[in-house]
Design a protein around this ligand. Structure first.
Ligand code: ATP
Length: 332
């Protein structure tokens, strides 16, 4: 498959922020991540808080340099490039929409300048063409031309997020990364922003990576669901087959706990807390909370197993099509 972007065996290790017990403590934010984003594809990323979703998003948009592994944009090894070339490649291939448009946009600049900035930095077209592009971008995200004169603080949260989307699209990227793009917005405008992203994706043929706590929305929006646990991608499932076709016990538990899906009352319990990312368990990261785990899971990280376009890391996967009730009974 041709790819817009590819991660191969990517690791991100941070020094622990103050509060780590020892100065040498390391946080394993992303471990051995392999991911291929195809043209026009929507990939949804799910997992509990702290599992590495934002770190993955930052790697995908070239904001986070991996500690190890390769990030390939349009066939080029991103971090092997000179800085100027890397900035140019990232700028023209990928746009990012952050969680909170109030902090993501410079409050002192009018919207016109917010949108012109990437065009100026990357010297796109003559000045008159840049102004025309600003008008085009506003139209693309459903804002009137008069919005160009407003300061971000004069706009509503939903309008600000539209400006943020327009800025992300300024250089005509192939890929848009949206990290929790609606969680800072009023419930009433969330659907509008999600619909805008889907509409733009269709009209512009964009690939979209959508990170969210809201797994129902991820499932609805995506072609493929990527499940993360403690810094690892543990499963990649075609979205229309989630949750019943998911084979990783964690994906099943995560989705069964979502109201409105399959069994809102009889959720598979996720017992215990996520272990610390400074001291992840040996073997499979989920094994300390998994009802199927045995000594093999403690000894070895499971290799990727594939089944058509489905991929999972588990020594003891659940049967495809097993119901939540069956899994709850098995667990009891
Ligand atoms: N700059 C950093 N320095 C130290 N640790 C970090 C840094 N950035 C992230 N981490 C840690 O790396 C792990 C992954 O963080 P990340 O923000 O990617 O998770 P997340 O899944 O996006 O969480 P959330 O859903 O709460 O936003 C966490 O343990 C986090 O505390």
């Amino acid at each position: 498959m041709s790819s817009v972007l590819e991660l191969k065996d990517v690791h991100v290790v941070h020094k622990a922020r103050s509060g780590g017990v020892f100065a040498r403590d390391r946080v394993y934010a992303l471990t051995a991540a392999n991911l291929v984003i195809g043209p026009g594809e929507t990939v949804g990323v799910v997992g509990e808080s702290g599992c590495g979703k934002s770190t993955l998003a930052r790697v995908l948009v070239g904001l986070q340099r991996p500690t190890a592994g390769t990030v390939t944009f349009r066939g080029a090894d991103l971090w092997a490039l000179k800085e100027s070339r890397r900035r140019e490649l990232v700028g023209s291939s990928v746009g990012m929409v952050f969680q909170d448009p109030s902090t993501a946009l410079n409050r002192r600049l009018p919207v016109r300048q917010v949108l012109r900035d990437p065009l100026d930095v990357h010297r796109r077209g003559a000045p008159a063409e840049r102004d025309a592009r600003v008008r085009e971008l506003l139209d693309l995200v459903g804002l009137p031309p008069s919005a160009a004169d407003a300061l971000p603080s004069q706009l509503s949260g939903g309008q600000r997020q539209r400006v943020a989307v327009a800025r992300a699209l300024a250089l005509e990227p192939d890929l848009l990364i949206a990290d929790e793009p609606t969680s800072a917005l009023d419930v009433s405008v969330r659907a509008q922003i999600l619909n805008l992203l889907l509409d733009l994706k269709e009209r512009l043929g964009l690939a979209l990576v959508f990170v969210s706590h809201d797994i129902q929305t991820v499932r609805r929006m995506s072609d493929r669901v990527v499940t993360m646990y403690l810094g690892r991608i543990v499963e990649q499932t075609p979205a229309q087959a989630v949750p019943l076709a998911a084979r990783h016990p964690y994906t099943r538990a995560l989705f069964s706990a979502t109201p409105g899906l399959i069994s809102p009352i009889n959720a598979i319990p996720l017992v215990g807390a996520v272990p610390s990312a400074t001291n992840p368990p040996s073997g499979c990261p989920f094994r300390t909370r998994c009802w199927r785990a045995d000594e093999v899971c403690a000894a070895e990280m499971p290799d990727a197993r594939t089944d058509a376009d489905h991929l999972f890391h588990c020594h003891h996967p659940v049967a495809a099509g097993a119901t939540d009730l069956e899994l709850i009974q098995e667990r009891a």
